[in-house]
Write a protein that binds this ligand. Structure first.
Ligand SMILES: NC(=O)c1ccc[n+]([C@@H]2O[C@H](COP(=O)([O-])OP(=O)(O)OC[C@H]3O[C@@H](n4cnc5c(N)ncnc54)[C@H](O)[C@@H]3O)[C@@H](O)[C@H]2O)c1
Length: 339
């Protein structure tokens, strides 16, 4: 079976490529390298002892994408490509809608033209309405996201539902990720953000390695046990395995399926920092700063539906996440380097 991964050179895509290759799939990565390095894929090939096809191109180039789908006889697409920096999205809303929403329209057109009707989409827990009622099941109401990034994810969900209603032979999985973190346990591939990281784990590990002076903890007056935000951290390898299970489950089963991919447990920022310090043996200096606009007090998943439907659940712990994130960071203090 041939899987095309848009954005497959990025953080979650490269880990998923590895899992798919190990499971015997053929993998085509289609990525414009706007936020990734070719090196991630070289390492995936080295780790798996298998080769993949890499196409450096943009998903908004519909004709190129259609050609890739046809040339490689692609069976299904996993759609990771997108811009993901929440703060930047409020400064550049048009770029986010153009890339994320426009790019997805282009992908769906190319897939229609190529006769490929199986799609797994990277959505996010950010589509849920703010709520005090945790954990969040897939039936929880979606909200009005507080930033263009979140809005783009929700809009894409709507577009995919409309598409499947109009063309019922499509099989679509919408995967709502909670907080992906960690790295492959080899320390060879991991998260390599540009600039100051938006996500907690790369921020913490860059402080621990001395690339950044201290961690900013956004808010300590939330109504949570220690006042800092509570999130559901999911190991990126568990997340990658979830894609494999979702793609298998929807194959030949037309419909739209929504699954939360989360661990089902909430940890505060300070819990996460302490776990990192314990596992790495490094101190992480931090200071409390103002809340970030749009951040929620708490957010964690009810992952029961994925367990029931996909026989999937997180197997790795918070300490595994920290140990693997630290191994990746300490072996690659400057990430991949961009090439
Ligand atoms: N990391 C998270 O915390 C998180 C949480 C929820 C959802 N997601 C979603 O998961 C997906 C993957 O996230 P990630 O963390 O691996 O991000 P990432 O930035 O590492 O990967 C995205 C990849 O898409 C590529 N890309 C972007 N625009 C493109 C375009 N127009 N054409 C071709 N390639 C393009 C980038 O070069 C990059 O390799 C994204 O859609 C993101 O919104 C991520």
């Amino acid at each position: 079976m041939v899987m095309l991964l848009t954005g497959g050179a990025g953080y979650i895509g490269s880990h998923t490529a590895l899992v798919l290759l190990e499971a015997g799939y053929e993998v085509v990565v289609y990525d414009n390298l706007s936020n990734a390095s070719r090196e991630s894929l070289r390492r995936v090939e080295r780790l798996t002892g298998r080769t993949l096809t890499f196409i450096e191109a943009d998903i908004r180039d519909t004709a190129r994408l259609q050609k890739a789908l046809t040339d490689h006889a692609v069976d299904a697409v996993i759609h990771f490509a997108g811009l993901k920096a929440v703060g930047e999205s409020t400064e550049k809303p048009l770029a986010y809608y153009e890339n994320n929403v426009g790019g997805t329209l282009s992908l769906c057109e190319a897939m229609t033209a190529a006769g490929v009707h199986t799609l797994v989409f990277s959505s996010s827990a950010t589509v849920y309405a703010a709520s005090d009622d945790m954990p969040l099941a897939e039936t929880a109401p979606t909200g009005r996201p507080t930033n263009p990034y979140g809005s783009s994810k929700l809009m894409i969900e709507w577009i995919l539902r409309d598409l499947q209603a109009a063309q019922p032979d499509w099989s679509i999985a919408i995967l709502r990720y909670f907080n992906p973190a960690g790295a492959h346990d080899s320390g060879e591939i991991g998260e390599d953000p540009n600039g100051i990281p938006n996500n907690l784990l790369p921020y913490v590990s860059q402080v621990a390695i001395g690339r950044l002076p201290q961690l900013s903890v956004y808010g300590s007056d939330y109504p949570t046990p220690d006042g800092t935000g509570v999130r559901d951290y999911i190991h990126v390898m568990d997340l990658a395995e979830g894609h494999l299970k979702a793609a298998d489950a929807i194959w030949g089963q037309p419909g739209v399926y929504t699954w939360n991919l989360g661990a089902g447990t909430g940890h505060s920022v300070l819990d996460a920092v302490r776990a990192f310090e314990r596992v790495s043996g490094r101190e992480v200096p931090y200071r409390i700063v103002d809340r970030r606009p749009g951040d929620l007090a708490q957010c964690w998943a009810n992952p029961q539906k994925a367990e029931t439907d996909l026989n999937w659940r997180c197997r790795r712990s918070l300490d595994d996440i920290m140990a693997d994130a630290w191994r990746w960071q300490s072996q690659n203090p400057e990430g991949y380097g961009r090439d």
